[in-house]
Structures are given as C-alpha cells and as structure tokens.
Design a protein around this ligand. Structure first.
Ligand SMILES: Cc1cc2nc3c(=O)[nH]c(=O)nc-3n(C[C@H](O)[C@H](O)[C@H](O)COP(=O)(O)OP(=O)(O)OC[C@H]3O[C@@H](n4cnc5c(N)ncnc54)[C@H](O)[C@@H]3O)c2cc1C
Length: 607
C-alpha cells in the first residue's frame, strides 16, 4: 500500500489556488506596487519567491517532519537541547535563503518581502514542518521587538544576528500561575550594581525554543516585575536575557543564568523544544530592559497582531497540507464499488474519491481551506498597506479592520485547521490513524494552535469585550457596510440566491451582537461571556463565506474573459457549497447566542 500511495505521503501545495487568491482576487502585485517599499517588486518576483519557498518546503522541511516527530528533542544535564536529526542542516539552508525574516530589511539579513508573501511562506513552511518553523517564527518575532525597543547601539546588530539565524529568539510570558492571565506574572527583575543590568529570578514554562543546537546564542524576551511595580499587567517590564553574554561587538562571553530545567513531553510539534526555563536558578541571570519600565505589555501588544495572524496562518497551513494529502489519497485508494452496482458481484472496484460521502468530506476541506487562505492573505496584504500607505485615511481604516478581524483569523483558522486535519484522517480510514501516513501527525501538531498565542476562548473575549466596543461598535458597523456592498456586487453578477442567504446571515450576526450588548447593559456579564465563542464562530463563518462570495465573482468574470476551467468552476461551486452547508452554521450559532439559555451557569453544576 505504501509504495502505491507515495503521492499521498508527499507534501504538496496548491500553487494555482494561492496564485488565484494573491493575484486575481487580492491584486497583491498592483496594491503593493503602489507602496514605495515594494514598488520594484512585481508578480514574477512574488511567484518566483513562492516557488523557491515551495522547493525548500518539499525538499528540505518535509523530509525532516516525520523523523522530527518520532525523535523529538533531548536535554542534557547542563540544560542543552539537541533538536532531531536533520534540523541543524535544514536550519542552515533556511537561514541562507533569508527565510527567518522574510519581511526584514535585506541589510539585516531579511528578504525585504511584504507580509502577504510572508504569509504564503509561513503556510508552506508550517505545512511541511511546523515544529521546525517554530524556531524561525519566534526568532523573527523577537528580532522585530529588539529592532524597535533595544538600546540603540544593539538594535540593528542584534536584529541582524537574529534575522540571519546566527542567534535565535524566544518569547517568555507564561509561568505556572500565569497563563491566560499574563498580569499574574511573578518573575522578578532587580537592578544590579551594574547600571542598566537587572538580575532576573523566576521560572517560565512552555517556552518554545528555550534552548536549541541550531544557533550560537539565544535572545530570550522575558516579562518580569521590577521592585515596587504595580500589580497586574501594568507593572510588567520586558527584558532581553541572552543565553551567553556578549560585548559591544557581539562577541560571546560568559554563560548567563537562563537554563532549561525540563522539556515538556507533549502531544505534537515534538521537534520544537518546549522548555521550562529557570532564570537565576543555577547562577545569576542578567537582563537588559527593553523600552521603559512597566512598558512590557505595551511592547508585547505591539507585536501581537502580527503574531496572531501568524498563528492563524499556521492553522491554514495544517488544513491546507491535510487537504492536499487527502485529495491525493482519495484518488489512489481503491475500495468498494459504486452504489449503482450494488447487486453486481463482478462490479469493478472504484477509487474512494467516487464515493459521495468522501466527496462531501473533500469538498468541505476544499471550501474551508480556500476561504481561510483568502482571508489570511487578505489580512496580511491589508497589514502591508496599513503600515505603508501614504493615505492616512486608508491606514486608519485598514488598521481598524485588522484589529477587528485578528481574533477571528487566529481562532477560526486554528480550530478549522485542526478540523480539516481530523477530516483527512477520516478520509484515509484506518491508514490515516497510523504513523505510515502524515495526517495523524498533522492532527497532533495542529491542536496546540488553538491554545497558544491567546487561547481561542481569550480571542473570543477580545472580539466581544474589546473589538466590538471600540468607537461604539464602529469597526463592526464598517465591516457590515463593506459586506453589504459585496453582496450588492454578487447580486449584480447573478449570484442572487446566495447573496440573499448571506444578507440574512449578516442580520443574524448583527442581532446577536445587539443581544450580547443588551446582556452587558443589563449587568448579565457572565451570560454574555458564555456566548463569546459561539458569537465569534457565527461571525467567523460569515467572514469566511464572504471570501467564497468574492472568489465566485472573480472566477465568473475571469471565466467570461478568458474561458472557463475546472478550477474556476470549482470556485463557483465553493459558493454553492458554502451557502448550502456552512452558512447555516452562522444562523444556528446566532440562534443559540440569542437563546437566553444560561444553563451552563447554574451553580448546581460542576460543584
Ligand atoms: C507547545 C506550547 C508552546 C508554547 N509556547 C510558548 C512560548 O513560546 N512562550 C510563552 O510565553 N508561552 C508559550 N506557551 C504557553 C501558552 O501560551 C499557554 O499555554 C496559553 O496562553 C494558555 O495558558 P494556560 O496553559 O496556563 O491555560 P489557562 O490560562 O489556565 O487556561 C485554561 C482554560 O481556561 C480558559 N480561560 C482562562 N482564563 C479565562 C478567562 N479569563 N475567560 C475565559 N476563559 C479563560 C482558557 O481559554 C483555557 O480553555 C506554549 C504552550 C504550549 C503548550
């Protein structure tokens, strides 16, 4: 079986769909061409970059994915982590390609690419080996903080070390008593006799890349509390804590007191070292303040949108890889006969792709993945324009849109990426449950994404408690206004029935938002909070569905202009499927949000 089904064990990426989203739908080459920084980049450059990234994903990252999962990371007595075989060699190639910081300035070792192309690369690298891509993702994110907030003399040199992968980076927020509630952080930072140097004491848990054998040094960004700091998040400061101290020429010196005490044994992403990091537990641990005292959370918030979009794209990547594996498998696996031949004992066996239930599962995967892809790429493109547009109004509008949709992208894509991976196992049948095929690993690897970078429950609170209330609901109202305009276009293009169904769904979500607002005003906060996730999902399905609407319109126009194709027909079928099978989820969820049921809050339960 294994030999015959080799293509369903190889990583693949839907270049045609990604190109359609990037260039036909989102007109990335034109939009970004208007921005001075990207004026010299064109469609050919973007396509060549994606091709190159795909090659790396296929030839370098995918081959270490399964082995990394089986071997995991190991820890020696001195707190040094060894990554699985092949990770070091892959890291070298990854860094040579400038992939640690696709967006970073080429002078700093980056590739100078827009965020939207960074998102495509993230989809490729996470889809082929997410455990490996964690090291680069965290390093790039930490480098951006250093570049902005470290002492000036260090900003560019350290960021350069990180973007070139000579040094890696971590983000150290979580403690045993401070997970979602970051304000409960207890790590201490006490000024030392050495000006500007603090002594850090505490224990951070679940630290991704807390140690590794890929790079010569590690920059930990550590949240800690200075003496007399106020309690809660407002009293937190951020410190740069290196593994090895360094001088002004960044030559390495003494070992600093940040040591891995333990590695977590976990469900997935086993090639990514998840560490308990002792700070000052074996020897003094020095830290240097980033930004100003008590600004720690502000600095972290600065990076948060980008990090959350990045995790959303990881979810997309899991779904995208799972769907590709499953569609290949379904064409190759022969099992059973057509129902039409049920009474014929000599009927020819057929590939499982011909069974209607398998087709349903594949279609659900296709529609979810392709709409997630459009949503992720759109938000990443908007991120580029929001940052660089010369038009103030456009920057403000897009910044608000990103703020509103970041919790949706993070939570929907990570939940659905997992769901699509589970469906892939179902499509494979028993083989999918075995280690012989890559989909069971995807399920395990994907699960963490709904938990880290703010659990999806916390995302829902952010959407309902903060984003919906900004400027009296303006962000949501503006979104609804744009959604109505899209539906008008859809009607004019002949998609009348789906446009009407979507119109009803928008009204249902708006009514749910009003209902939750009413609960808040009536002082029934717990009742409102208990529906934060269903509300977010109702809204999230709608946001995804509008990508299906938009893509169907573009596909119709393209078919008229250039001739129809299976691919373009598939886009119009996506909309039919969405309207019939996925949009009702919005209606059902909106109904439960407005149900007034509070049974889960009854004190008789869970005592
Ligand atoms: C593999 C892995 C890698 C990680 N990498 C890092 C890293 O690099 N750096 C880092 O700092 N951390 C990292 N984390 C930690 C991760 O961010 C936390 O696990 C996450 O923030 C949740 O915290 P917790 O585990 O303490 O869960 P808790 O906060 O205890 O949450 C448990 C449950 O309660 C819910 N909950 C909690 N508070 C509320 C509330 N106020 N309202 C509603 N529901 C609530 C949550 O949604 C969740 O369902 C990693 C974790 C793992 C497993």
């Amino acid at each position: 079986v294994y030999a015959a089904l080799v293509s369903s064990t190889n990583f693949s990426f839907d270049v045609e769909d990604a190109s359609f989203a990037l260039f036909d739908q989102l007109r990335v080459h034109e939009k970004l061409g208007e921005l001075e920084r990207y004026a010299d980049l064109d469609r050919d450059v973007y396509q060549a970059t994606v091709e190159e990234g795909y090659k790396l994903a296929r030839e370098v990252l995918h081959p270490i994915n399964g082995r990394g999962d089986r071997e995991g990371c190991t820890l020696d007595d001195d707190g040094n982590v060894t990554t699985p075989r092949g990770f070091r060699e892959a890291w070298k190639q990854f860094c040579e390609g400038g992939w640690v910081g696709p967006r970073a300035d080429p002078e700093l070792g980056g590739a100078g690419l827009p965020a939207v192309i960074g998102a495509v690369l993230n989809e490729l690298f996470s889809g082929s080996c997410v455990a490996f891509n964690m090291y680069g993702g965290l390093t790039g994110a930490a480098a951006r903080v250093v570049l902005k907030f470290a002492a000036e003399k260090w900003q560019r040199p350290i960021a350069q070390k990180m973007f070139t992968g000579e040094w890696t980076g971590t983000m150290c927020l979580t403690e045993a008593g401070a997970g979602s509630s970051v304000g409960d952080n207890r790590a201490k930072a006490v000024p030392s006799d050495d000006p500007g140097v603090y002594l850090i004491e505490g224990e951070k848990i679940f630290i991704t890349g807390g140690d590794n054998d890929l790079a010569e040094n590690i920059v930990h960004l550590v949240l800690a509390r200075t003496p007399g700091a106020p309690s809660g998040i407002k009293g937190l400061s951020l410190f740069l804590v290196p593994k090895f101290e360094f001088n002004d020429d960044l030559e390495l010196g003494e070992r600093n007191g940040a040591h891995v005490l333990r590695l977590e044994h976990k469900m997935g992403i086993k090639g990514s070292a998840t560490c308990v990091l002792g700070l000052g537990s074996k020897q003094p641990c020095k830290g240097w303040l980033l930004g100003k005292e008590h600004e720690g959370i502000h600095l972290m918030f600065h990076m948060m949108n980008e990090a959350r979009i990045g995790v959303g794209v990881q979810g997309l990547a899991m779904g995208s890889a799972a769907f590709q594996y499953a569609r290949h498998y379904a064409k190759e696996r022969v099992q059973g006969t057509s129902m039409k031949e049920i009474k014929n004992p000599d009927a020819k066996s057929i590939a499982i792709v011909e069974h209607p239930d398998v087709r349903r599962m594949l279609m659900e995967q296709k529609v979810i993945v392709e709409t997630m892809r459009a949503m992720c790429y759109r938000l990443a493109r908007d991120f580029d324009v929001a940052e660089l547009s010369t038009r103030e109004e456009e920057r403000a509008r897009l910044t608000e849109r990103i703020d509103l949709l970041v919790p949706i992208i993070k939570a929907m894509c990570t939940d659905l990426g997992f769901e699509v991976a589970v469906t892939a196992v179902q499509i494979y049948g028993g083989y999918g449950y075995t280690g012989e095929f890559p989909v069971e690993q995807l399920v395990r690897d994907a699960k963490i994404q709904s938990i880290y970078e703010g659990t999806n429950g916390i995302q829902a609170l952010d959407l309902m408690g903060r984003k919906l209330r900004i400027k009296g609901g303006k962000l949501f109202m503006d979104w609804m206004g744009d959604a109505q305009k899209s539906l008008e276009t859809a009607k004019n293009e002949g998609f009348v029935a789906p446009a009407e169904a979507f119109g009803k769904a928008i009204n249902a979500v708006a009514a749910s938002a009003m209902h939750l607002g009413g609960l808040g005003q009536a002082g029934k906060m717990d009742a409102a909070l208990s529906y934060a996730v269903p509300f977010m999902q109702a809204f999230g399905w709608l946001v995804l569905g509008l990508e299906a609407v938009d893509q169907a319109i573009i596909a119709k126009r393209k078919a008229e202009a250039e001739g129809d194709s299976d691919f373009l027909r598939g886009k119009r079928l996506n909309l039919d499927y969405f309207a019939a099978n996925l949009l009702p989820r919005t209606i059902a969820l909106a109904k439960s949000v407005q149900s007034k049921d509070e049974s889960c809050l009854d004190p008789a339960l869970f005592a």
